[in-house]
Design a binder for this molecule. Structure first.
Ligand code: HEC
Length: 370
């Protein structure tokens, strides 16, 4: 945009000076020309503020032509000076914006996630009973981060500050991709940076309350409903808008922890009573975090843990051979283990491949009205 604006300004400067030098009565022609240059680009849905300022100032400068004899000669240097003034006004604004960007870079700096994630490979081979389900989840996560993309804004903030200057709105504001969306603190904030912890809806200890493997497979009659509960829980937990921009694992800007913000209760009759996160990455062997709140990583990193019980062991075995849900229960109570698999959006930080099992949720469910 800067280059386009400069070229247009140069042409305007030459044309106006040519009119002034050649014409007996240059004022109407010069004003018409200025108007054309200022407003013409609008027909293409582009506005060049610097050119508009320049055109305005060039028109006003025509007053100098009324100076006897020397008017025409004086117009040439004056037109150059006002062009410079037009650009200085905008450069001042743009430098102010650059200063704001520098502050935003401090607020959302690159940080390394190396120490927070295991370096060992987490691969066992993609064993997915239903690849479509993974694709479906990927497109839902994609939709969460789509527009305005926080990752894009953070990337531009850190990686393209020169482009940012050249494309600054001050030099040209266009539709249809001519200029890029504005970056400000609001667009970088993320979904809900400071949501408070959410208590487990109805906490009970799975070891004491063990609606276990002896019961029937509830997915046989309520598969889509309990599948939906798990899908909502995973999308809420991973917090797609909180991914920020990942250049590589040592350079991640604006990452906000995985955390749940609400209990996923989309469908009668099943209500979530508790959700425990089963850790597969941060500990040597699988275990479950114990918390009276719905899972949030800030808290869980230092939370107490417990070994998996028999139901969860059984469930995990089933997830490891490609299932996504393992659910057993009676009409009123059920337990479920759901796979948290890597989608393509997770790989920048977690490594490995699509479909890898990164963790699991262990649910206690209650059915109302049956
Ligand atoms: C921008 C980096 C980043 C992205 C993207 C990311 N994660 Fe994470 N994830 C982390 C970090 C870092 C941790 C470790 C906990 C912490 O420090 O907050 C983690 C922890 C986890 C855990 C808990 C591991 C344990 O053993 O306790 C799970 C499960 C998880 N991530 C799943 C996912 C899934 C699924 C996706 C993609 C849909 C994803 N993550 C995308 C950075 C990321």
């Amino acid at each position: 945009m800067l280059y386009a604006s400069l070229v247009i300004s140069l042409i305007l400067l030459l044309v106006v000076n040519w009119i002034v030098a050649r014409s007996e009565h240059p004022v109407p022609g010069a004003v018409f020309c200025c108007l054309g240059f200022a407003l013409g680009p609008g027909c293409l849905m582009v506005i060049f503020p610097a050119v508009m300022w320049q055109a305005g100032l060039l028109s006003v400068s025509l007053l100098i032509l009324s100076v006897p004899r020397r008017g025409k000669r004086l117009y040439r240097p004056l037109s150059c000076v006002v062009t410079l003034i037009a650009y200085s006004i905008l450069i001042h604004d743009i430098l102010k914006t650059q200063h704001e960007f520098a502050e935003l870079r401090l607020q959302f700096p690159y940080e390394s996630l190396e120490g927070r994630l295991p370096t060992r490979p987490i691969r066992e081979g993609p064993l997915l009973s239903d690849p479509m389900r993974l694709e479906n989840l990927e497109s839902k996560i994609e939709r969460e981060v789509w527009y305005p993309s926080r990752a894009d804004s953070l990337q531009r903030l850190h990686e393209h500050s020169v482009d940012q200057f050249v494309n600054s709105a001050g030099f040209g504001i266009g539709r249809m991709g001519f200029s890029t969306p504005r970056i400000d603190a609001e667009s970088l904030k993320g979904a809900d940076a400071d949501t408070p912890p959410v208590p487990q809806p109805d906490y009970f200890d799975p070891a004491v309350d063990s609606a276990g493997a002896a019961h029937r497979d509830i997915s046989l009659w309520d598969g889509p409903k309990i599948g939906r509960i798990h899908e909502l829980a995973v999308i809420d937990f991973v917090n797609p808008r909180g991914f920020g921009f990942t250049k590589d694992r040592q350079h991640v800007a604006g990452f906000q922890q995985h955390r749940m913000t609400k209990s996923p209760d989309p469908s009668d009759p099943w209500k979530v009573a508790r959700i425990d996160l089963i850790s597969l990455l941060l500990h040597e062997s699988p275990l479950a975090y114990v918390s009276t709140d719905l899972p949030r990583m800030n808290e869980l990193r230092t939370a107490p843990t417990r070994p998996l019980d028999a139901f969860e062991e059984e469930g995990l075995k089933s997830l490891r051979v490609g299932e996504d849900l393992y659910a057993r229960g009676t009409g009123e109570k059920a337990r479920m283990v759901g796979a948290i698999r890597a989608t393509k959006q997770c790989l920048g930080c977690h490594g490995g491949g699509r479909g890898d099992l990164l963790g699991a949720f262990s649910y206690g469910l209650r059915s109302e009205g049956r």
